[in-house]
Design a protein. Structure first.
Length: 250
C-alpha cells in the first residue's frame, strides 16, 4: 500500500536528551485525494504537539488514537521519555492522562506564535531548533527517578515473562505501592497497564512476523478471566480484534 504520509524522527540535543526521547514530524499532501485515517497505538509518553489550532501537551492515552489526514498539512511533536515530563510540570502525570495542557501554561509561549514559527519552516532541523528554544528556559534539574522508570519499562518490553506487577516488584526489589505511586507521578498510567500494552503489542508483532499466537494462553497469562475482556482490550489498543488482525496479515 502506498504510504499516505511522511514520518521523520530527530534526536534531541545533548542537554535535552535526558528528558526528550525524540522529535517527530508528520507531513502529508493529499490534495485532490480521499482523506486517510491514520491509527496511532498508545504509549506511556507525554507528547507536546504543534498543529495549527490544535496545539497542546498531551498525556499518555490508553486507547488507540485515530487521526484524519486530509488535504495538505504538517504536525510537529516532542515525545518525552516516560517520566521525562514530570520535572517540567511538577505534578502527577496521571493528571494529564487522556487530557491536554496548554503550551502557554507550561512554557509561557503563545500557541499561535509557536505554530506560525515552527510549522512555517521547510527545514526540519530548524523546526527542532525552534522547539528546543521553547524547552530550554524551563529546563529542570535531572531527576534520577526518570532513569529508574525507564529501566523498568525497558525491562517490561524486553522480558516477555513479565506478565504481572509482582514480577516487576521482585525483579527491582520494590514495594508494589511504591511502584504504583512512582508510575502515577512520573508516567501517568499504572505499571499493570504498561505490562498489558507491551504484551498486546508483542502478540501483534508475532502475527506481523507470520507466527501463530495462542490467544487463549495469552489472555490467561495476562490475568483475564474470560476471553471477551481480552478481545475488548486488544481492540482498544491495536484497533482490531485478534482474529481481525490475524486475518489482515494473511
Amino acid at each position: 500500500m502506498e504510504k499516505k504520509y511522511k514520518l521523520t524522527r530527530h534526536a534531541p540535543s545533548g542537554d535535552l536528551a535526558f528528558f526528550v526521547k525524540h522529535y517527530w514530524i508528520v507531513s502529508w499532501d493529499l490534495t485532490g485525494e480521499e482523506p486517510y485515517l491514520q491509527h496511532v497505538i498508545p504509549n506511556p509518553c507525554v507528547n507536546m504537539v504543534i498543529e495549527h489550532g490544535k496545539s497542546g501537551i498531551f498525556g499518555p492515552a490508553k486507547h488507540k488514537f485515530s487521526y484524519l489526514l486530509k488535504e495538505k498539512g504538517c504536525v510537529f511533536g516532542v515525545k518525552f521519555k516516560p517520566g521525562g515530563f514530570y520535572p517540567f510540570c511538577k505534578r502527577p502525570i496521571s493528571s494529564l492522562t487522556e487530557r491536554a495542557a496548554t503550551i502557554a501554561g507550561m512554557f509561557g509561549a503563545d500557541a499561535g506564535c509557536v505554530e506560525s514559527s515552527i510549522l512555517s519552516q521547510t527545514n526540519e532541523r530548524r523546526m527542532v531548533e525552534l522547539a528546543e528554544k521553547i524547552l530550554r528556559p524551563k529546563l529542570p534539574d535531572k531527576d534520577e527517578n526518570i532513569i529508574f522508570v525507564n529501566r523498568i519499562i525497558d525491562r517490561i518490553n524486553e522480558d516477555r515473562d513479565i506478565i504481572k506487577v509482582d514480577d516487576v516488584c521482585r525483579y527491582f526489589h520494590i514495594n508494589i505501592r511504591k511502584l504504583q505511586r512512582l508510575f502515577d507521578q512520573y508516567v501517568g498510567v499504572s505499571p499493570k497497564w504498561v505490562i498489558k500494552l507491551c504484551r498486546l503489542q508483542n502478540a501483534a508483532e508475532s502475527v506481523d512476523r507470520g507466527q501463530a499466537c495462542d490467544w487463549l494462553k495469552l489472555s490467561s497469562d495476562l490475568g483475564y478471566f474470560d476471553q471477551s475482556h481480552f478481545i475488548k482490550d486488544f481492540r482498544t489498543v491495536i484497533g482490531q480484534t485478534p482474529e481481525e488482525y490475524a486475518r489482515g496479515k494473511n
